[in-house]
Design a binder for this molecule. Structure first.
Ligand SMILES: NC(=O)c1ccc[n+]([C@@H]2O[C@H](COP(=O)([O-])OP(=O)(O)OC[C@H]3O[C@@H](n4cnc5c(N)ncnc54)[C@H](OP(=O)(O)O)[C@@H]3O)[C@@H](O)[C@H]2O)c1
Length: 285
């Protein structure tokens, strides 16, 4: 199968390229220097050149703070970019897999969100990603929008820069006697290798639409940190941070756990518990 991946050098894109290559597919990586998804002519040009059967879009403007400061850019990339890909894929008869986010939800629900639950984003990032989903849903014929959560992988997240949460905790543990982490934000950390493998499994879909795609179960950031230290045998004084200790300028959902109900309904879900994904990441890195 001929597969093209936008955001090829990104955190998730790198693993998608690797997993599709292992699966024996003909994979083309597309970087930002090759395409600007906000520019529809640029999108047409690259798709006409590569002529993929499947296009996977990981590109986004997704630094949450920067999205608040530059809402226009967030809309251009996350909404219009998704629209442009949907239009071009429909015209060229290409199956589109697009990555979206748990931040489309407001977090007021205390049980995992289903694909059918009402999305009510709290910030510009979530709003522009939701708008991108709507464009794809209303334009594309053959598409899967995969909402995921708390990604960490071997390659750095280009939009956020620096270390991922696992690397940061291990670095801080070397530098400090005590680490303080919030316990009031609950999510499902997801290893990008696991998500990439899930996407390979979806290359011949039985279903189109919006699907949740995260590791199984849930934890707070504090519980995530505790597990990192437990698996690595790191001795550190880990404490729950006070609610006002790390004030954020941007509203975020307190609870953004997703249930992979569509994938399970079609017997396609390949995710394990988040602790298993973390162990695999720590062994391989
Ligand atoms: N990271 C998370 O925790 C998380 C959680 C939930 C959902 N997601 C979603 O997962 C996806 C992948 O995240 P990631 O962590 O792999 O991101 P990443 O490391 O920042 O990679 C994004 C890639 O897209 C490229 N790109 C950005 N804007 C572009 C544009 N306008 N046109 C073409 N290419 C562009 C980037 O290139 P340059 O860097 O050169 O601009 C980079 O290669 C995103 O859609 C994000 O919304 C992420």
């Amino acid at each position: 199968m001929k597969v093209a991946v936008i955001g090829a050098n990104g955190q998730l894109g790198t693993d998608i390229i690797q997993e599709f290559t292992h699966a024996g597919d003909d994979v083309s990586g597309i970087n930002h220097c090759d395409v600007e998804i906000y520019d529809i002519d640029s999108v047409y040009n690259i798709l006409k050149l590569i002529k993929p059967d499947l296009l996977i879009n990981t590109a986004a403007y997704h630094n949450v703070e920067k999205c608040e400061q530059n809402a226009l850019r967030a809309y251009q990339v996350n909404s219009m970019g998704a629209r442009n890909l949907a239009i071009a894929c429909k015209e060229e008869d290409i199956y589109l897999i697009h990555i979206s986010t748990d931040y489309v939800f407001d977090g007021n629900q205390k049980i995992p969100y289903l694909e059918t639950d009402l999305a009510m984003p709290l910030n510009v990032y979530g709003n522009t990603k939701l708008s991108g989903e709507h464009y794809i849903k209303s334009i594309a014929d053959k598409y899967l929008v995969l909402r995921t959560s708390g990604l960490y992988g071997k390659s750095p997240c280009r939009a956020k820069g620096g270390l991922n949460f696992v690397q940061l905790m291990l670095k801080l543990a070397k530098e400090r006697d005590e680490i303080r982490v919030v316990d009031d934000e609950v999510l499902t950390p997801t290893n990008t290798v696991e998500l990439a493998r899930q996407i390979v499994k979806l290359k011949h879909p039985d279903v189109y639409g919006i699907a949740h795609a995260t590791a199984e179960c849930m934890c707070s950031w504090y519980q995530f940190a505790r597990e990192i230290f437990e698996i690595t045998g790191t001795k550190i004084n880990l404490q729950v941070a006070n609610q006002d200790e790390f004030p954020s300028k941007v509203n975020r959902p307190d609870f953004s756990v997703l249930e992979n109900s569509l994938l399970k309904q079609y017997n396609l879900n390949t995710f394990k518990n988040w602790e298993e994904g973390l162990k695999e990441y720590l062994i391989e890195s």
